[in-house]
Design a protein around this ligand. Sequence first.
Ligand SMILES: Cc1ncc(COP(=O)(O)O)c(C=O)c1O
Length: 415
Amino acid sequence: MPARRRRPSEETQTSMFYDLASSSWGEEEIQALHRVIDGGQLTIGPNVRQFEDDFAKKFGVRHALMVSSGSAANLVGVAALFYKKDRPLRRGDEVIVPSISWATTYYPLQQYGLRLRFVDVELESLNIDVAQLERALTSRTRMVVAVSILGNPAALDVLRAFCDTHNLYLFEDNCESMGASLNGKLCGTFGDITTFSTFFSHHISTMEGGVLTTDDTELYHVARSLRSHGWTRDLPSDTTVYEKRSDDFFEAYRFILPGYNARPLELSGAVGIEQLKKLDGMVKIRRRNAALFQSLFGRDERFVIQHERPGAASSWFSFTVVLNPALDIDRRDVMGALKDADIGYRIITGGCFLRHDVIKYFDHDTVGDIVNANIAHDRGFFVGNHPRDLTPQIERFYEVLDRAAVPGRRSPVSV
Ligand SMILES: Cc1ncc(COP(=O)(O)O)c(C=O)c1O
């Protein structure tokens, strides 16, 4: 008898008591993959196009472009701002960025020669401290990068207004916060360009994958060309980005921009269609888990957890804990106890980016002292949230921390 074929959702079933992530796929995704394989077109095609249309509709934006990862979306998005006709970004321009984000939020900025001004985060939200924005502004500032950390909306309305007032681009890296909203408006709809990740552990998973959205048709066409070798083939004939000539032979391989190959597979598009249908339901379950997490940790002074600002609804990528800096709790004790209890944990989104070796390659400075990002780096961590009920895991997580987080073993840290 042939062995039963294992579904990807089984293969990635968590092997730990409480893992960082698990598969969100069901039969629908598997069937979608089979349909693509049976159909024979594995490279970009109608499924990716359909996913893009569904995505744009879901987020109420004009254009959505699927790419190979969230990092690729950031790269193509930043590049697109350099190749637009009106007010393009230029090397040496300044960008205001938060001190905590994923490395590939920052890399394209460095690669395109921008100067980064790092602003501290708020300890309670882990998002950029918007009270520092005016201080961060100089005559060279051209853009702000907004990041909503781990599902929790940043002050996107304030950031949008600040950019409008000062004629700056708002680049919204929403790779961690699909499904979140602020004042009823979905995160990912505030930026001039927004990016999403659909990597395995994120709110929807297309294995690897990312999406760039914008309401600006020129930016969309530039990004579309950049996604595919910088060629013209994927652009409509009425685009303003180039002028089509009549010679089809040369038009077939006509290069207009120094682009990339950042295309997704058709398989990812097909899975994305199914996953997107499930997004709202999955976010609902994540929020139910979050309610339990908040009820256990929210009133315990030893732990600082992420707070939603008024009007914000987090999509709860994961659960962050920063050990109260006013108390002397040794993170190593906590880490050891989590390990023993088979609970997975990580530093919060890589911690304070300024603390990484790679910073030596960046043209950058900081706006005042970076205090909270360093506290999160030294005293914080996150555990996973999944689109399934985690009641036993979260309860055990609290029991473990309750026992391991004992204040007063060393002299208190002053902040
Ligand atoms: C804020 C942020 N931006 C960008 C990315 C990159 O996404 P990807 O892993 O799909 O390349 C991530 C990844 O987790 C992220 O957290």
